[in-house]
Design a protein around this ligand. Structure first.
Ligand code: T4K
Length: 384
C-alpha cells in the first residue's frame, strides 16, 4: 500500500462519472451572436466568412504561414498524402490512433511500421533507415500526446533519402519546440479539432503547409478538385469545414489559452500526487525548452504497482473513472494490418510494451482538483 500523507481523504459520489476527456464548451450565450450572423448571411459552407476568419486567426495563433481547414483530421491526413502525391510505402508508427495508418490505406499506400522511442513513445528515428526500401516515398510520424517527435533527426533522414515528411499532429495544437511551432516541421502537418481535443470545433481538422501554392492545391483537393465553376483538376473529396464549425472555432480561440493553463495545473497536481505511488510512471515527453499543451495525461503501469494495467483500468471504471488505453491495441494488431511483415510484434517490442502498460487518465479543463485527488486515491489504494 502506498501512503500519500498530503492527499486528503475524499468522498466519492457514486453517480459522478469522470471520462478521459470532456469538450471545453464556453457558455452557450457566447455562441448565439455567431449563430445569428450565420443565419443573417445565409452562408453555411464553401469557404464562407467564418471559414476565412478562422484560417487567418489560427495562422496567427499557431505561428504558421498557411493553414487549410477540414471537416476532420482524418480527411486532412488523406488529402495531405494526395497533395504531395505520395505513393508506394510510407514509414509510420504503430503507436497511434488508427486514423494515421487508415489514411495510407485510403490512398492505396503500404504502411511500414517502425518501433518507437521508449522515452517519448514517438517514432524512433534510429530505426527508420533500416525500414527504407526503393518504394519508400515518405515518413508519417505522430507527435503522440502532443509530445514533439525528434524533428531534426527525422528531417535529416528524409533529406538523405529524398523522402517527404507528413506529421500527424492531431494532438499537437499550440505545441512549440526549439522556439517555434512544432507544426513548422516536415512538409505538412495535420491537426484534429475533434470534440476530444485541446482546441475543438465539434468535428474539424486542418493541414498546415509552408507555401501558398501547396495551400491552393489542398484547397482544390478539399473541394472536389474544382478550381472554378467549370474546371476540375483532380479527383478531390468534400473536406470543407462548415460555417458553424468555423464560427465555434473563432469562439474557442478566445478561451483556449485559459483552457491550456488549467490543463497545466491539472498535470502538475497529478505529477505531485502520483510521485508517491510505486509503479506508476508519468510520461514526460517534452524537452526543457518546449511548450506543451497537456492534451493527455498518460501513465505507464509498471511491475512495481503490483496490479496489471488492465486491472487498474477496470478498478477505475468500477469507481466511475473512465480512463482510456490510448494506444491499445497497436494499429499493427488490427486485422487489415497484422499480415504486413513490419507488423510482427518482434519488430515492435517497445511499442508492444508501452501499449500493454499505458493508461490515459482524465484530463480536461473542467476537471477539479477534487476530481484529481479522487482519481489518485483510487490508484493509490489499488496498489498491491
Ligand atoms: N491522428 C491521431 C493521432 C488521432 O488521435 C486522431 C483522432 C486522428 C488522427 C483523427 O482525427 P479526427 O478525424 O478524429 O479529427 C477519440 C476521437 O474520436 C478521435 O478524434 C481521437 N483521435 C482519439 C484519440 O480519441 P474515441 O473513440 O476514443 O472517442 P470517444 O467517443 O470514446 O470519446 C472519448 C471520451 O470523450 C468519451 O468517453 C466521453 C468524452 N466525449 C467524447 C465526445 C465525442 C465527450 O464528453 N463528448 C463528446 O462529444 O476517439
Amino acid at each position: 500500500m502506498n501512503a500519500i500523507p498530503h492527499l486528503r481523504a475524499v468522498e466519492t459520489p457514486v453517480d459522478e462519472r469522470i471520462y478521459v476527456t470532456q469538450p471545453h464548451l464556453p457558455p452557450l450565450s457566447e455562441f448565439m451572436p455567431y449563430l445569428e450572423e450565420i443565419w443573417e448571411s445565409k452562408v453555411l459552407s464553401n469557404g464562407g466568412p467564418f471559414h476565412q476568419q478562422l484560417e487567418k486567426a489560427l495562422c496567427e495563433y499557431l505561428g504558421v504561414e498557411h493553414l487549410a481547414l477540414f471537416t476532420n483530421g482524418t480527411l486532412a491526413l488523406v488529402t495531405a498524402l494526395q497533395a504531395l502525391r505520395v505513393t508506394g510505402e510510407v514509414i509510420t508508427t504503430p503507436y497511434s490512433f488508427v486514423a494515421t495508418a487508415h489514411s495510407l490505406l485510403w490512398n492505396g499506400i503500404k504502411p511500414v511500421f517502425v518501433d518507437i522511442d521508449p522515452r517519448t513513445l514517438n517514432l524512433d528515428p534510429a530505426r527508420i533507415e533500416a525500414a527504407i526500401t526503393p518504394q519508400t516515398t515518405a515518413i508519417m510520424p505522430v507527435h503522440v500526446y502532443g509530445h514533439p517527435c525528434d524533428v531534426e533527426a527525422i528531417q535529416k533522414i528524409a533529406d538523405n533519402y529524398n523522402l517527404k515528411v507528413i506529421y500527424d499532429a492531431a494532438h499537437a495544437f499550440g505545441v512549440q519546440t526549439k522556439g517555434q511551432s512544432v507544426l513548422k516541421h516536415g512538409d505538412l502537418s495535420i491537426l484534429s479539432f475533434h470534440a476530444t481535443k485541446v482546441f475543438n470545433t465539434f468535428e474539424g481538422g486542418a493541414i498546415v503547409c509552408p507555401d501558398a501554392k501547396t495551400k491552393q492545391r489542398i484547397d482544390h483537393l478539399k473541394n472536389f478538385g474544382f478550381v472554378n465553376e467549370t474546371t476540375v483538376v483532380a479527383a478531390g473529396i468534400n473536406g470543407k469545414m462548415s460555417e458553424i464549425n468555423a464560427a465555434f472555432g473563432m469562439l474557442q480561440l478566445k478561451h483556449v489559452d485559459g483552457a491550456i493553463a488549467r490543463r497545466k495545473q491539472i498535470d502538475t497536481l497529478y505529477r505531485s500526487l502520483l510521485a508517491d505511488v510505486d509503479g506508476i510512471r508519468c510520461l514526460s515527453g517534452m524537452g526543457a525548452d518546449d511548450v506543451p499543451n497537456h492534451a493527455y495525461f498518460p501513465v505507464l503501469v509498471e511491475g512495481g504497482y503490483g496490479r496489471s494495467r488492465d486491472d487498474l483500468y477496470q478498478l477505475l471504471r468500477d469507481n466511475e473513472v473512465f480512463g482510456r488505453r490510448y494506444f491499445y491495441p497497436l494499429i499493427s494488431e488490427f486485422p487489415m494490418y497484422r499480415g504486413l511483415p513490419s507488423a510482427a510484434p518482434s519488430n515492435l517490442p517497445t511499442a508492444s510494451d508501452a501499449s500493454g502498460k499505458v493508461l490515459c487518465l482524465p484530463m480536461y479543463p473542467a476537471l477539479t482538483d477534487h476530481d484529481v485527488e479522487r482519481i489518485v486515491r483510487v490508484i493509490a489504494d489499488g496498489a498491491q
